[in-house]
Design a protein. Structure first.
Ligand code: ZN
Length: 324
């Protein structure tokens, strides 16, 4: 995720009161998956206060500005979607007819964060859209590693791996974009795609652009919002369950630790400032898979083997959520 403009607003330090009990409940259901998780949660200690969110904002903001600039400078010209200037309507893929498996009949929407070609369409993606609680940019370029590997390429690669895994389980999978449109979609449309698909679960894939030394993944859960077109009250609880299952399985699949800079060691952060969550009417989470500005995280994020493990963790979390 890249936080420019209004995204720099400090995330509100509110947390779902359900989070801690649900974490315990999930731990009881999937003890193997959450063995390491429990250790990190314990080390994280008290859930109170908003220190993590504040630290995130102060550490992320300067590097994010640099990230956007270097995105533009270093972006390799290696992708070639339609350059019509208009989004195409074909950014979806469905499971083959007759798919079988435990997720048969289930719909999962995967939202690969950003778009590899957003940087070529700054005026379009800077257009403000209403996310219920406020207006914010249509989309952002995303961050990149110091060597120039863009977040948008990472998110699309992981999305493809995740799609394959979920389709193998029989799910119908739809992507919000598949490198087949010249920019975006805007954050409001990303939410709308999940809503109109009546998704049983939706996940937005990102990698963070924080300071060196900040490591690990975190899952972002929607906080309760009821303002304008945004009303997340019905999805807060199921999204928390989805997020906790994704986080627990992500730990198991990757062997990695939750974020050491947000979430108090739980790998879970609740936010009310993200349009993609605020406008969702279906259970949805974001996942920041790691920090593209930390060398150790980058070694993982740039590894296809690691990205497969990451997708596996997400898939197992989603399967766990959908099977109940
Ligand atoms: Zn992102």
């Amino acid at each position: 995720m890249s936080y420019t403009g209004p995204d720099l607003e400090p995330p509100r330090p509110r947390r779902s009161p359900l989070r801690r009990p649900l974490t315990v409940a999930v731990a009881a259901l999937v003890p193997g998956a959450l063995l390491g998780w429990g250790v990190y949660a314990a080390v994280g200690g008290s859930d109170g206060g908003g220190d993590a969110a504040g630290a995130r904002t102060s550490s992320a903001a300067p590097s994010e500005g640099a990230a956007s600039a270097s995105d533009d400078a270093k972006k390799p010209a290696d992708s070639s979607p339609s350059a019509t200037g208009k989004p195409t309507a074909s950014s979806s893929k469905s499971a083959p007819a007759g798919a079988s498996g435990p997720l048969k009949g289930k719909v999962v929407v995967i939202d690969p964060g950003h778009n590899p070609d957003n940087f070529q369409h700054t005026s379009e993606i800077n257009r403000k859209v209403n996310v219920g609680t406020h207006w914010k940019e249509c989309d952002t370029t995303g961050t990149a590693t110091n060597a120039g590997y863009p977040e948008a390429k990472f998110t699309l690669d992981v999305a493809h791996r995740l799609r394959t895994l979920l389709e193998e389980q029989g799910a119908t999978v739809k992507l919000t974009q598949d490198g087949d449109r010249s920019y975006g979609p805007c954050v409001d449309e990303r939410a709308r795609i999940g809503n109109e698909a009546h998704a049983d679960a939706a996940i937005s894939i990102h990698a963070d652009g924080s300071g060196a030394g900040n490591r690990g993944f975190h899952v972002i859960l929607p906080g309760a919002v009821h303002d304008g077109d945004a009303d997340t009250r019905a999805i807060v609880a199921p999204s928390a369950e989805l997020g906790e299952r994704v986080a627990g399985n992500f730990v198991r699949a990757t062997g990695g630790a939750p974020s050491n800079y947000v979430g108090d060691g739980t790998g879970l952060v609740t936010r009310t400032d993200l349009g993609g969550l605020n406008l969702s009417t279906v259970p949805k989470v974001f996942i920041e898979c790691g920090n593209m500005r930390d060398d150790k995280d980058v070694a993982q994020l740039t590894s296809g083997t690691w990205r497969q493990k990451a997708a596996q963790g997400m898939s197992e979390g989603i399967v766990s959520f959908l099977r109940g």
